[in-house]
Design a protein around this ligand. Sequence first.
Ligand code: FAD
Length: 417
Amino acid sequence: MKFSAFRILKEGLTGNRGWTPHWRSPDPKPAYDAIIIGGGGHGLSTAYYLAKNHGITNVAVLEKGWLGSGNIGRNTTIVRANYFLPGNSEFYSYSLKLWENLEQELNYNVMLSQRGILSLLHSDGQFDTAARRGNSMLIQGDDARLIRRDELREMVPFLDYDQSRFPIKGALFHPRGGTARHDAVAWGYARGADRRGVDLIQNCEVTGIDIENGKVTGVQTTRGAIKAPKVAIVVAGRSSQVAAMAGMRLPIESHVLQAFVTEGLKPIVDHVISFGMGHFYVSQSDKGGLVFGGDLDFYASYAQRGNLPTVEEVLRAGMTLMPALGKAKILRSWGGVMDMSPDGSPIIDKAETGGLFLNCGWCYGGFKAVPASGVATAHLMATGNHHDMAAKYRLDRFRTGYRLMDEEASGSQHNLH
Ligand SMILES: Cc1cc2nc3c(=O)[nH]c(=O)nc-3n(C[C@H](O)[C@H](O)[C@H](O)COP(=O)(O)OP(=O)(O)OC[C@H]3O[C@@H](n4cnc5c(N)ncnc54)[C@H](O)[C@@H]3O)c2cc1C
């Protein structure tokens, strides 16, 4: 079924009886050419691009819960290409370009809203750092502009510019950054992969990885054994657990990250605002809720919910930046499990076990990476070679210490505290 304005009109006039499910619900086959463990954003986009770019369609995505039940449906929806370091810079730039055509590509409304991202600056030193980052973004072909306090105040008058600890002096503006509807991204990729023949198998937890003579031969699941010569582990916060099934110890720690949304309000926040020094960021959803978050809960955990001290900390930072926030009622909060890598950058690589692939280490930034990550992982699985834009995401950088990409890129420098 193709979505179009005509189709919506027709369905509207005929009682909406013609819509069909977005994807099939097949039972697992005994064998596939490739298995992807994890039906989050990265697993689904990998399956989609395997089918679309490489014609590999005898593929299963195995998801232990339901599609989109993990971080892909829990994030704060920010997409951006404001990274500084080589390795990250070209990857996220590539990803943003894919975002800009994603709705046409998937024939699905992912509600991309390039409303611009403002990363707040509080000192001359930060201006210098932001200028370097902005220049790096421009060299990469993306957009960036330094904004001084007066102009910023016109754009976002509701911030507390004169707070005593971090008075606001300006911002690095990234106009093409913004937000997208996270569930729709999962559903759009799922529908696209299914239409090309990929089997999306929900309620199917992988419990073991079969290896013979140094090569992967398939997986054990709660729905039986499934054979495949290629298996990709794409399970975000569960990466260490699933990789351990193949005898690997990954340099990944799982931490909870929380987010919050208020009741629907009239439009007030037109951009994404990142207050890195206070560990706080905010945007406004199309329904009117202020969507915001802060830092990790700072203890390793697999729980998809957070702790109260972090709630207090995030709200304190929010009130410091934007005192009007105190008038809003919070509707709900939730947590997701982050696959934190030691240098804040991801891993897209082959494992030493033949036919086994890794996609993990996305930390708090994996949503915006979904399109490029799918292209890169599919490319690696299909050709055996690293895609140029993701060539630096090697696992062995943590063993050798060479070519680490120590970058968080969430705004200003957290470590200045
Ligand atoms: C609160 C919060 C805010 C965030 N904000 C942003 C943001 O604004 N911008 C941004 O770029 N990123 C953001 N992120 C990060 C981003 O959401 C993640 O990096 C990204 O979604 C992770 O990749 P994924 O979508 O594939 O993960 P997931 O959706 O978690 O997918 C992994 C899947 O693997 C499945 N799985 C696990 N173990 C098994 C198994 N044994 N067998 C089968 N299936 C299994 C899980 O059930 C899950 O569905 C945020 C995350 C959180 C939690």
